[in-house]
Design a protein around this ligand. Structure first.
Ligand SMILES: NC(=O)C1=CN([C@@H]2O[C@H](COP(=O)(O)OP(=O)(O)OC[C@H]3O[C@@H](n4cnc5c(N)ncnc54)[C@H](OP(=O)(O)O)[C@@H]3O)[C@@H](O)[C@H]2O)[C@H](O)CC1
Ligand SMILES: [K+]
Length: 503
């Protein structure tokens, strides 16, 4: 699913109005009824609504929704938040005139006009949407602060007021803290980024049937992963397959006290379908891995406690994953330097391998093309330096991937895959229960496994993050988020793949 900028959304509107054709007022009516359908499915007519409308078409949506809710028997109050002589959009004005007599719009021109709401009132935030052009000030900021203080349910129409759809927030901006955001057609880019996304609550995209031609042809570097798209990547298994058909992966990692990370990766790699798996561990890990992961073959390092030299044959493997529990000893760094000088199969680098690369620019310069790196925000910052905000971080992601011709899985609530050709893919699965030790090691195992099975680097990243998050969602449905641990992710991988196959 393409993520459109605010400007592209406006062009989509205009294209739809022109080519459907449909009047802008009727498109607003279509948006408002999609919003009201969403509301009436979740709130019964006993629930009172207070609808706060701004001066533009976001406010117009609010007015139209007020009328539709009122006509369906809901108890609605309408408030117009306005600055003196601020121009109103045409469709706003038309919908203001359409309000029934018994539903007067009350004007709020200063915070003193803000009357108390009855307990349990649901606030509908229709102040500003994709047309926000500057931070909220004056009565708008005061009303938003009051809304947030009420502590009740707030449903934002299209975008939480005060948030830009595709630009960073300025320091100490006033923004609605939404419980839910009902957005039209697609999520906005700011919904998928950590700091701005925190205001959105749960977002729900409702279709308003924007013209498909525009959506098909518009160019956007930003995509949100969908079940159908992921299903199109999944390769079906062949009847006459043998274990060699599904590749041979190698995982290097584990060090004193951190063997578990490597074991989690190994179990995940097997559950993600690789045909053969070999792990290289320090001497202390030999009997541990042979016991914990009997399906894996084991190589040992000469050193007792950590990785100091690759002891296998590179061309025996279809993908090499390195990093889980690796440690950052000096002789491990040297071993990585020597490894990068070999002719290697495709690489997946995680955790300590990333930190070693970040600390040594020569390692970064010799990073093989097409490698997959899986940093979390902190590890990424070590690679590129600090980002001023989430949008700046996306620029750093793009230039890093282009400079090093690599793929980066930037892990987070909506993990983002950066590519050497400048695209960004946002994940749509996963939950906060996955913020637990070892979750990243499982992802490394999945990615190494998929790459060894012959998926391209990009397919590996997209399918890998999707099933990793989906396994987490399926596990959380059974055990809740707090009790979810990394090994549950591997345990639910099979169900995740089955769910992807079903589509
Ligand atoms: N395809 C769709 O998604 C559809 C969306 N719809 C709704 O339309 C809004 C976008 O409407 P728009 O009128 O472009 O923008 P807003 O309603 O967000 O507000 C713009 C007006 O507000 C003024 N403004 C902007 N920022 C501020 C501010 N910080 N303080 C005060 N006033 C502000 C702006 O005036 P300026 O000229 O001063 O910038 C505008 O007057 C979208 O979000 C959806 O809700 C359609 O209903 C259907 C299709
Ligand atoms: K809004």
């Amino acid at each position: 699913m393409k993520i459109l900028s605010a400007a592209q959304t406006r062009k989509a509107d205009a294209y739809t109005i022109q080519h459907e054709p449909i009047s802008s007022l009727d498109l607003m009516e279509r948006a408002a009824s999609a919003l009201v359908d969403w509301l009436t499915q979740r709130f019964s007519p006993e629930v009172p609504f207070a609808i706060f409308c701004g001066p533009g078409n976001n406010g117009g949506d609010g007015l139209a929704a007020a009328r539709l809710l009122h006509n369906r028997g809901y108890n609605v109050q309408v408030f117009l938040v306005e600055e003196p002589d601020q121009t109103k959009s045409d469709d706003f004005t038309q919908n203001l005139h359409r309000l029934p007599q018994e539903l007067p719009a009350q004007s709020i021109q200063s915070i003193e006009d803000f009357s108390e709401l009855s307990p349990g009132t649901v606030v509908l935030d229709a102040l500003f949407g994709s047309g926000l052009s500057r931070p909220l000030r004056g009565v708008y900021a005061q009303v938003v602060e009051k809304m947030n203080q009420l502590g009740g349910t707030i449903i934002s129409v299209d975008v939480p007021s005060g948030l830009f759809a595709d630009e960073a927030l300025l320091q100490d901006s006033t923004v609605v803290q939404a419980t839910h955001t009902v957005t039209f057609e697609q999520p906005k880019l700011s919904f998928l980024l950590p700091s701005s996304g925190a205001y959105v609550g749960e977002w729900h995209a409702v279709s308003i049937a924007l013209h498909p031609e525009y959506l098909q042809n518009v160019a956007s570097p930003y995509q949100l992963l969908t079940p159908a798209f992921i299903k199109s990547i999944l390769k079906p298994r062949k009847k006459y397959a043998h274990k060699g058909t599904y590749g041979h992966a190698l995982l290097i990692g584990g060090s004193y006290g951190k063997l578990g990370a490597l074991i989690l990766s190994a179990q995940a790699a097997l559950r993600a379908g690789v045909g053969l798996l070999t792990v290289q561990v320090p001497q202390i890990g030999y009997s541990i891995v042979q016991t914990a992961v009997p399906e894996a073959m084991a190589l040992t390092d000469l050193h007792d406690l950590h990785f100091t030299r690759f002891t296998g044959q590179p061309d025996a493997y279809d993908c090499l994953g390195i990093g889980p529990g690796l440690g950052q000893a000096e002789d491990t760094r040297l071993a990585l330097e020597a490894l990068f000088r070999l002719h290697l199969p495709p690489l997946v680098l995680d955790a300590d391998a990333l930190n070693l690369v970040a600390a040594d620019r020569t390692l970064l310069r010799t990073l093989p093309e097409g490698s997959i790196l899986t940093p979390h925000l902190k590890e990424f910052e070590r690679l590129t330096g600090p980002a001023t905000d989430d949008f700046h971080r996306l620029q750093l992601l793009q230039s890093f991937c282009q400079e090093h011709k690599c793929y980066v899985v930037l892990k987070g609530a909506h993990s983002c895959v950066g590519t050497p050709t400048g695209e960004y893919y946002f994940n749509s699965t996963g939950n906060p229960g996955m913020a637990t030790g070892g979750s990243g090691d499982v992802l490394t195992g999945i990615l190494t496994s998929l790459r060894a099975q012959g998926y391209s680097a990009l397919e590996t990243c997209l399918l890998g993050i999707y099933v990793h998050g989906l396994a987490g969602d399926l596990a959380a449905q059974e055990m809740g988020q707090a009790s979810l641990i990394a090994s549950d992710l591997s345990a639910f991988l099979g169900k995740a793949f089955l769910a992807v196959e079903k589509g």
